[in-house]
Design a binder for this molecule. Structure first.
Ligand SMILES: [Zn+2]
Length: 368
């Protein structure tokens, strides 16, 4: 299949709009159109991973961390990143990264890890603003109502829990006066017109607004389509995507049992903790990678323990001040399993594709 088919399969789970603004997820190097027979999965695209890809004759590397992140000012092919770019291009190997969009996705990395801990009834720790629901109201001549409803439904508007095609319609009178230069569908220049119109109401999530409005405008007969967008209370938003997860363990664990569980599930030789140790651990928050900035949110949401990585000294102090037990399982420790999630996503879309987990998923830190 084509490279773009694999990117599309990943984006089905991890839509690009969920990526943080500072991120650089997506195609890093290479092609959308080349044929792919073999894919290599890695956490980071390092020199060893590129060598492995060349050696194993793969056409595509999919990584979690973007290969190009801070912007490249020049590509010197003698060493470093430039040399890797040159090697990749020379061997026709593409690199695609799914980073914060995969972190935030409903069934993304945080969900995958929460599942391994058997955390139930999970919710996003920090709900995505893209899940914010809006009420969309469109005013239209009655003979266009059906067409507009069809476009809304086809493009994902009107989804309410386990129901789709939700809308409400009332009929009323609208007035307008076409001014000089206008090209009205109904009415004459400089004359106030009264028209019987439908007011169509539906709901739409934030990420669909930019997509749907231009499509509706194409179908709507008026030069100036009248519409309203009302943000709805966050308590009735979808609340599916977002960074981190929070939920309950099946049964409460003692802190000692919980630490053993973390080391077992994530296959780690050690973890660090900060903040006061609770008596029991039932409600658990987690954020893979670096999630120290969400310590106070985890506390506010009632977590007994918060698993994350990359805790700095003063963030450990913050854990103490927030009276929350924070377990630093390492950036690598909380994210290394991403390759198994990527394997699951790509394999379920393309079972016949050869997928290799890199032998070079390694921590940059050494322990002595
Ligand atoms: Zn990371």
């Amino acid at each position: 299949m084509k490279a773009r088919d694999i990117y599309a399969a990943i984006e089905e789970t991890a839509p690009p709009y969920l990526a943080e603004k500072w991120d650089n997820s997506g195609l890093q190097v290479g092609s959308r159109n080349r044929d792919i027979q073999k894919v290599l999965l890695a956490l980071d695209v390092t020199e060893s991973v590129v060598q492995e890809a060349i050696h194993k004759n793969v056409q595509l590397i999919v990584s979690h961390h973007p290969f190009i992140f801070n912007g490249i000012k020049s590509i010197c092919v003698d060493s470093g990143k430039g040399e890797l770019v040159s090697q990749l291009i020379k061997h026709d190997i593409s690199v695609y990264s799914a980073h914060t969009n995969l972190d935030s996705a409903k069934l993304g990395l945080n969900d995958f890890i929460a599942d391994r801990f058997q955390i139930k009834e999970t919710q996003p720790l920090v709900p995505s603003p893209h899940d914010q629901l809006y009420k969309l109201v469109i005013f239209t001549p009655q003979n266009f109502s059906q067409k507009i409803l069809e476009v809304l439904e086809k493009n994902g508007a009107g989804v309410l829990g386990k129901y789709s095609c939700s809308s409400f319609r009332t009929t009323g009178k609208s007035t307008f006066k076409p001014l000089e230069g206008a090209n009205p569908y109904i009415g004459q220049l400089n004359k106030v017109e009264t028209v019987v119109e439908d007011r169509i109401e539906t709901i739409i999530s934030q990420n669909l607004i930019k997509k749907i409005l231009p499509i509706i405008k194409q179908v709507h007969p008026y030069e100036e389509m009248a519409y309203d967008l009302y943000p709805l209370d966050s308590s009735i938003s979808k609340n599916e995507n977002g960074l981190g997860k929070i939920g309950d363990l099946e049964r409460p664990l003692t802190p000692k049992e919980f630490i053993s569980e973390i080391k077992k599930v994530l296959d780690l030789p050690f973890v660090r903790t900060a903040g006061p140790t609770p008596k029991k651990v039932k409600k658990v928050a987690l954020c893979t990678g670096a999630g120290a900035e969400f310590i106070s949110i985890a506390k506010l949401k009632g977590a007994d323990a918060y698993i994350t990585g990359d805790l700095k000294y003063h963030e450990a102090q913050n854990a103490k001040e927030n009276d929350l037990w924070v377990i630093d399982a390492g950036h690598f420790g909380t994210e290394k399993n991403v390759v198994y999630l990527l394997e699951k996503i790509i394999h379920s879309a393309y079972p016949s594709l050869e997928i290799i987990i890199s032998d070079n998923v390694n921590d940059f830190f050494n322990i002595y």
